[in-house]
Write a protein that binds this ligand. Sequence first.
Ligand code: ADP
Ligand code: MG
Length: 249
Amino acid sequence: MSQVQTQAAPATQAKEPYLSATAMRGGYGKADILHGCTLQVDMGQIAVIVGPNGAGKSTAMKAVFGMLPLREGSVKLDGEDIIKLSPQERVYKGMGFVPQVHNIFPTMTVEENLEMGAFIRKDDIKDTIEQVYHLFPAVAEKRKQAAGELSGGQRQQVAVGRALMTRPRLLMLDEPTAGVSPIVMDELFDRIIEIARTGISILMVEQNARQALEIADIGYVLVQGTNRYTDTGEALMADPEVRRTFLGG
Ligand SMILES: Nc1ncnc2c1ncn2[C@@H]1O[C@H](COP(=O)(O)OP(=O)(O)O)[C@@H](O)[C@H]1O
Ligand SMILES: [Mg+2]
C-alpha cells in the first residue's frame, strides 16, 4: 500500500468552508452589480455582510441562493458545486433564505406561515414547529393570528421561523432587524447566536453594522459589489479606517 493511502490527512490541511461563494460576478440584465464578490462561512459560524446602501449586499445574497445568474464565480455548499441549482434545489441541499422584503404571507396565520415554510418536507413537521415556538415564544402566543397583524419584530421572527422549517444547515438573513427597536434587535441577535450554536451557519446582511459585527465570527464590508474589507468582526470593529468610513466613527 502506498504511503499516501495510509497516511492521515495532515492537521494543517485547510478545511473547506461550509459555504464558499467566490469571485461572483453578475447583476440584473446586462449591468454587473457584483464585481468579484467572495463570501465564505464555516459550519456554525456567523458571517455578517455590511456596507452602504446599494453596495450589492442583497444582490450577493440572491446570487448565493440561486436567484441571480452569475457570469463568473463559483458557489459551493459543503464542498459541492451548486451553481446550476435552482433556489428550491438549494433548499433541498440545506439553504434557508429570509429575503429583505416580502418574507412572510401577511394574510395567513403564523402557523400557516410555518407550514408553508416546510413546503419541501414530506415528514412530520410538528417537532420543528414546536422548536420554532420555543425559540420565539412571543410568536407562539400568536400562532392563530394573521402574521401581518404582528409587530415588526415578531414578523421578522415569523420570517426566520419559516426559513427554519426546512431545517437548513445554512441560514441566510437579509436585514433581519430592519425597522425594529434596539431592544428587539438585541433579542433577535441573541436568538441568531442560539441558532448558530446548534451548528447552523449564518450568513446575514445588516444595517446595524456595529451590533452585528459584535456577534460576527467573520465580517465582510461590501462596497460597489466587491469586498473592501474581510476580517473577524472584532478586527473590523477595531480598524480605524473601517470605523471612520462604515461605522460612523
Ligand atoms: N431587481 C433589480 N433590477 C435592477 N437593478 C437592481 C435590482 N435590485 C437591485 N438593483 C440595483 O443593484 C444595486 C445593488 O442593490 P442591492 O443589492 O439591493 O444593494 P444593497 O442590498 O447593498 O442595498 C443597486 O444599484 C440597485 O439599484
Ligand atoms: Mg439590501
